[in-house]
Ligand binder design. Sequence first.
Ligand code: 13P
Length: 254
Amino acid sequence: MRKPIIAGNWKMYKTRDEALFFILKVSDGVPSIKDVDSVICAQAPLMRCLIKRQGDNLRIGAQNMHYADEGAFTGEVSGPMLKSYNVDYVIIGHSERRAMFYETDEIVNKKIVAALRNDLIPIVCIGEHLEERENGSTNAILHSQIMKGFVNIDAKDMKKIIIAYEPIWAIGTGKTATADLADETCGYIRSVIGEVYGADVAEAIRIQYGGSVNPGNIDELLSKANIDGVLIGGASLNPDHFIYMTNAAMKRLK
Ligand code: 13P
């Protein structure tokens, strides 16, 4: 049984006071880490304030990192810096970073290697554009992102990685993929992992769906066999919604 993982991606939202208000409100409301991994991925300036108050059940993640451990890279954050703040997770290859900050699959791969080297759990985002979905090339795109993004990652490390399937046309648009479509596509991703790494890795790896997830659609998404959790943008900014959505994962256990 794969432990569900519910992660919020705050993107470039929330000031320190807003983050403080959020964490004080949700800390006691998220389920036990024994049952569900609940994560907030925030911007670097908010880390200290969140980490100090994260409690046992809510873990903190970053939204990006550089692949070098240190160096003259103005404005970048390294794996050892995140680790020194007790950060557990890092989102890598979000479609916004691929589109706006020119991250290629090769860069994504270097960042995954750097995250693992620093004992951070990578949440690796893959997904297709609307025209790719419409012209039937979704599987080919995902296959290519997997083959290039996970070069030189061995089976042992693959089991630690979380893959977030985020169709780009569903992000911030209010257009969620139907639960069946999301499940089918996460199933395809799992089958590719199985072909490359074997059945035990495919069985172990956790795959999230992301794209306009909210309290109204999360239950159906999480009821699907291949969806082990969700990566939530906008709806994760609201503390009550976040509490509801982390607890929704408890129903999946039953
Ligand atoms: P929304 O939930 O706002 O569509 O964002 C999804 C996302 O990009 C999470 O990483």
